[in-house]
Design a binder for this molecule. Sequence first.
Ligand code: ADP
Ligand code: MG
Length: 630
Amino acid sequence: METKQFKAESKRLLDMMINSIYTHKEIFLREIISNASDAIDKLYFKSLTDTSVGLNKDDFAIQIKADKEAKTLTVEDNGIGMTEEELENNLGTIAQSGSLAFKTDNDLGEDVDIIGQFGVGFYSTFMVAKEVRVLTKAYGSDKAFLWKSNGVDGYTIEPAEKETAGTVITMVLKEDTEDEKYSEYCETWRVQQLVKKYSDYIRFPIKMDVEHSNYAEEGEEPTVTIETETLNSMTPVWKKNKSELTDEDYNKFYSEKFMDYQEPIAHIHSKNEGIATYDALLYIPSKAPFDYYSKDYEKGLQLFSSGVLIMDKCADLLPDWFSFVKGVVDSEDLSLNISREMLQQDRQVKIIAKNVEKSIKNELAKLLKNDREKYEKFFEVFGLQFKFGIYQSYGAAIDTLKDLLLFKSTFEDGKSVTLKEYVSRMKDDQKYIYYACGETKERIDKLPQIEKIKDMGYEVLYMTQDVDDFCLKVMLNYDGKTFKSISDADVDLDTEEEKEEVKKLDEENKDMFAFMQETIADKVNKVRLSKKLKSHPVCLSSDGGMISIEMEKVLNSMPQNDANRVKADKALEINPNHEIFGRLQKLYAEDKDTLKDYTKLLYDQALLIEGLSIDDPVEFANLVCKLMIK
Ligand code: ADP
Ligand code: MG
């Protein structure tokens, strides 16, 4: 018989399993039972529409047998089974189980974390077994096969005999060592304990023959009877009443179901009757999965119809901005054989999705109100998603999210504030909600424009994430108050008199400004006096238009935009109260060539302050030198 080798990725994982020092090796049973349950789910689902399956709901079960003599543990299911090809593909390669989509260059030590966080599926059996045999027959096939492996030397597949569809997994346990009592896994009490701990909510009965000793009379030999017992309680937790459940029950279910061993921030358990009848149990995780902000992340809730799983990740039940939510929805209104396409159109699903969104929003609002610290932590992890949500939905999500947003602000030096809080503190004469964009709070604090606004006593929101400016541009305003970037040309900070004065000065110097603008015509649309500078000589302003300077920065840093780079309309603004202004006027009258150099230098300075790179650093350096030796 030919011995086949495991695929390279699988081999690495297997080695890790065989040599694992992981202390919770017991999870192998959870993995095997969950596979059995998945397989039964598939056949049960088929049986609902296909009477030739010949099994009723009550016929489906998982059987566990422990043989102390042979030191084997056997888990049998009457599920869908596997064909020869499926055996080959599913057990020869582990990569498709998704568990190994993480870094593979782990040496021992790090495996501990991986096993705990992801659960590693079928191969985890090799943590406790020296040989694993899989006898299986696919539903609808008349051939059965036996897969066998000791993990180290590859595996074999041979034809075998089996009456009915399903799978029998036999694990030959490793020899006991000082530290590990593998033989314990064929003790009834241990199996009972593990099923309760990890697999209590499996929807199908997990059965085992249990010995009972009955002491009839004192002095007499006990009689031993064997009874088949169901080890798990089966009722899904979401079907139970809230009053029966503790936080611990909820959290336990969460960690088992979603393989996240950090306690969730909150859970939402709702039972609904009316236009849509459904139970939902939703969780807000406390940390983002490793791939959350990548395109590999798949959002969705598990969708059940009267307890039968119909979809593992139903994306239509969750809006993108709440894509971090995990949970289950169980509705008797849904037809079992509904297709993915039909689900999207389904009226019930739409109603449920709306309600789900509302209840998540309410839960978060409640958290924000009652436990600010916890909410801020949550927002650190998932807040970015809200901003993307507003931007990517073209504003459809504004109403849902606007009061869930947090921004750092100059009020109490960088503390997080809500927009509601900002508005409640606005001064009587304050027209706008001011914000400033930059890489960090520290950088923004150094922006020339911010000084004057702070002096006037206005609060400024720090926008340090790429998406911020886009998000606010989509929102336009909050509570009727317009957002205004302090880099905008028309950030209006002056009294009428001051405005008049600047206008006059601008007018008087318009020829000089035109001359300066010509010098850097390809870079700015306008050179003018500034109304928003206090001590700095220059700044760049967005000069109207849809693209702000901040957006230019972000969009041009994306590789896909290389071909069609965008350009913000910019103005170079000069501080009329700065000494440099007088100097410029003098040069305009006496030495226009030097004024050209000055203009270029001022422009480059303004770029640097904004955190943009200068176009020609060599020219910049040369100009500075020229001035230094003058
Ligand atoms: P996962 O369950 O995450 O897909 P596993 O490593 O646990 O990964 O299992 C790999 C695959 O092997 C499963 O996806 C399934 O196709 C198949 N499999 C495992 N156990 C059984 C079983 N008892 N019956 C049918 N197929 C099974
Ligand atoms: Mg599995």
